[in-house]
Design a protein around this ligand. Structure first.
Ligand code: UDP
Ligand code: MG
Length: 314
C-alpha cells in the first residue's frame, strides 16, 4: 500500500525541516510505503532550495514547483493530479495538521468502513475571537443555503482512498473550494476531532480580508441562494410599487394635486436604485465566475519538478 502526502507550501522555509522530520518519524513506526509530494506554491523564500535538498537525500520526496503563487486550492489540485498512492492525504506544512494522527487515520480506512477520514478542530484557541465568530457564522449560513455539507471547523487535512481522489481530479472547475467539493461528492467520511494546534513556525498566509473573500467564494460556488434573494427582492418591490401606484392615483383623483412629498420621492429613488445595484452586484458575482470557468485556463503551471511523468499543466 502506497500513501501519498500532499503538502502545499508557500513561504514555509522555517517549518519545512521540522515537518519533514516529524512525518518521517511517524512513518518509521509503520509498514507503509509513502511519497511526500511538496507543492511549492510560488514561494519567495528558500522553500524551493530546502525541497531540492530533501529530494536529494530522500527519494520519497517529490517537489512540484509552480511558476507563481496560484493559491492553496491549486496546490492541492496539482497534488491530487500527481499522486500515485492508494491512500492520499492533504496536510499543511506548518504542523497544524498533526502528522501523529496519520496512523489512526490509516487504521480507520483499513477497517474498510469508510472511504475517507477527515479532521475537524473542536477548539479555536490562538485565533482572534472576531475571526472565530465570523467563521462560525459562515458555516451556519453555507450549510443552510447549499447542498455541500460543510462541517464547522473542518480542515483540509484528510486521508482518502484513490477512488475519491479520482473523482476530485475529474472535477475540473476553476473556482475551487475543496471543503465544499469533499462534502459534495459524498462517500463515507469519518470525522476525527482534535484540539487546535498553533503553527510550529512562520506565520499564517491568511489575512482577515482573504478569509472573507474565501468565504464569499465558497457560498457562491455552492449555492444559488443569493440569486434567488435578488429575484425575491425584485418581486416584493414590484408588488409594493403597484400598491403605491394605485394609492397615489386614487389620492390624486380625490384630493387634487398639491405639490408635496419631495423628501419621500428622493428616499424612494435612493432606496430602489441601491437595491437594484445590490442585486446587479449579486448577478455580477455569478457572471464573473461563469466567465472564469468559460476561459478554461489551467489551474496550475509547474515550472520545476524532480518527478517523472508529472502532469505539469492542468
Ligand atoms: N498555502 C499555499 N498557498 C497559499 C497560501 C497557503 O500553498 O497561497 C499553504 C501553506 O504553506 C500551508 C497551508 O497552505 O501549508 C495553510 O496555510 P496557513 O497555515 O497560512 O493557513 P492557516 O493554517 O492559518 O489557515
Ligand atoms: Mg496553518
Amino acid at each position: 500500500m502506497l500513501v501519498s502526502l500532499i503538502v502545499p507550501c508557500f513561504n514555509e522555509q522555517e517549518v519545512l525541516p521540522l515537518f519533514y522530520h516529524e512525518v518521517s518519524a511517524v512513518f518509521a513506526g509503520m509498514e507503509y510505503e509513502y511519497e511526500l509530494i511538496f507543492v511549492n506554491d510560488g514561494s519567495r523564500d528558500g522553500t524551493l532550495d530546502i525541497l531540492k535538498k530533501l529530494a536529494k537525500e530522500d527519494s520519497r520526496v517529490v517537489y512540484l514547483s509552480f511558476s507563481r503563487n496560484f493559491g492553496k486550492e491549486a496546490a492541492m489540485y496539482a497534488g491530487f493530479c500527481n499522486a500515485h498512492g492508494d491512500y492520499v492525504a492533504v496536510i499543511d506544512a506548518d504542523l497544524q495538521d498533526p502528522p501523529a494522527l496519520l496512523p489512526k487515520m490509516l487504521n480507520i480506512l483499513e477497517s474498510g468502513e469508510y472511504d475517507s477520514v477527515a479532521t475537524r478542530r473542536v477548539s479555536r484557541e490562538g485565533e482572534p475571537p472576531i475571526r472565530s465568530f465570523f467563521a462560525r457564522q459562515f458555516y451556519r449560513l453555507i450549510n443552510r443555503i447549499s447542498d455541500a455539507d460543510i462541517v464547522d471547523g473542518a480542515r483540509d487535512f484528510r486521508l482518502m482512498k484513490k477512488e475519491m481522489v479520482d473523482v476530485i481530479v475529474s472535477m475540473g472547475e476553476a473556482n475551487r473550494f475543496s471543503k465544499g467539493i469533499f462534502g459534495w461528492i459524498g462517500f463515507r467520511t469519518c470525522w476525527l476531532p482534535y484540539e487546535n494546534v498553533e503553527r510550529a513556525a512562520g506565520e499564517t498566509k491568511w489575512s482577515f480580508w482573504k478569509l472573507f473573500q474565501y468565504a464569499v467564494d465558497g457560498i457562491i460556488n455552492f449555492s444559488q441562494f443569493p440569486l434567488s434573494v435578488a429575484s425575491w427582492f425584485g418581486m416584493f418591490m414590484t408588488f409594493l410599487s403597484f400598491f403605491f401606484l394605485v394609492l397615489i392615483v386614487v389620492r390624486r383623483l380625490i384630493f387634487g394635486d398639491p405639490v408635496a412629498g419631495w423628501a419621500s420621492t428622493v428616499c424612494i429613488i435612493l432606496f430602489c436604485s441601491s437595491l437594484q445595484l445590490f442585486c446587479l452586484g449579486i448577478m455580477g458575482q455569478y457572471i464573473a465566475k461563469t466567465y472564469v470557468e468559460a476561459k478554461q485556463r489551467p489551474h496550475f503551471i509547474i515550472a520545476e519538478t524532480n518527478g517523472s511523468d508529472v502532469i505539469k499543466v492542468k
